[in-house]
Design a protein around this ligand. Structure first.
Ligand code: NAD
Ligand code: APR
Length: 235
């Protein structure tokens, strides 16, 4: 299926839902050295500490106050009203796009609410806290289940499908990402090289701002619904 509209989202789309972004003041990394929680080496060195970090992030997701905002809902509406034409590629590991109703979503950095058996690569839903010595429900080995989250130094997921979508889309929209981290930071250049119209909807110009043909800066909960309204009205 070739989607006409490919949307990349980052931590900024979930900021107004109450989930920290990574690099804004008070961002997630400021409370934790990246090396301490988001690398395979960290998991080898301190599995309890890494599991505890992601358990706390899952706990945050279970808080009833944390729910999709108007930006997530607008993207779900766009997919409903343009069936088969919309793909969301998110760097986020939260489930707010799905809770808003988006169905065609790629989580290129994994998903907080899933764990992975390291010997079979089987994914399992995470209903409770993951303990470092937990017996794996897939292979039975203790401590085998890891967060299904892409760490620094690991390859993001579904890159072939992503680059196919970027090559064939007519419109590429980037929402709430600082454009600091590759390969996502290079998606706009890829889409533009294939003739797509490129739009940045971000609080302020990102690292990749100059690569976009169109910019609308401001909070996602305002810019995204307005932009979707225009798209659906034939803009
Ligand atoms: P990275 O994402 O910082 O960098 C990716 C690669 O791009 C590296 O080789 C880096 O040298 C290169 N790069 C970075 N900035 C560049 C620039 N301005 N110009 C050219 N090249 C540049 O580190 P990584 O180790 O590749 O991380 C792998 C993936 O894991 C990334 O996509 C990252 O976003 C993801 N990740 C996810 C989480 C999470 O909690 N979901 C946490 C950390 C990392
Ligand atoms: N509306 C729109 N944009 C916002 C809002 C908002 N309410 N709040 C913040 N932003 C923007 C910020 O201006 C910033 O450009 O969202 C962006 C957040 O950037 P980061 O914190 O760097 O998050 P992100 O771009 O998703 O990081 C990419 O790096 O560490 C890895 O894997 C991790 O997925 C993450 C990746």
């Amino acid at each position: 299926m070739q989607e006409k509209i490919v949307i990349l989202t980052g931590a900024g789309i979930s900021a107004e839902s109450g989930i920290n972004t990574f690099r804004d003041a008070g961002g997630l990394w400021e409370n934790h050295r990246i090396e301490d929680v988001a690398t395979p080496e960290a998991f080898q060195r301190d599995p309890h500490g890494v599991q505890a970090f992601y358990n706390r992030r899952r706990e945050q997701l279970r808080d009833p106050a944390i729910r999709p905002n108007a930006a997530h809902q607008a993207l779900a509406r766009l997919e409903r009203e343009r069936p088969g034409e919309v793909l969301v590629i998110t760097q986020n590991v939260d489930n707010l796009h799905e809770r808003a109703g988006s169905r065609n979503v790629i989580h290129m950095h994994g998903e907080l609410l899933k764990a992975r058996c390291q010997s079979t690569d089987t994914l399992v839903p995470v209903e409770a806290d993951l303990a470092a010595d937990l017996e794996c429900q897939v292979c039975g080995a203790a401590g085998c289940l890891r967060p299904h989250v892409v760490w620094f130094g690991e390859m993001p997921l579904e890159m072939d499908r992503i680059f196919d979508a970027l090559a064939g889309c007519e419109r590429f929209i980037s929402i709430g990402t600082s454009g600091n981290v590759y390969p996502a930071a290079g998606f706009v250049a890829e889409a533009r090289a294939h003739g797509a119209h490129t739009v940045e909807l971000n609080l302020e110009p990102s690292e990749q701002a100059t690569a976009f043909a169109e910019h609308r800066h401001g909070p996602a909960s305002e810019r995204v619904p307005d932009y979707v309204e225009e798209l659906l009205a034939g803009g």
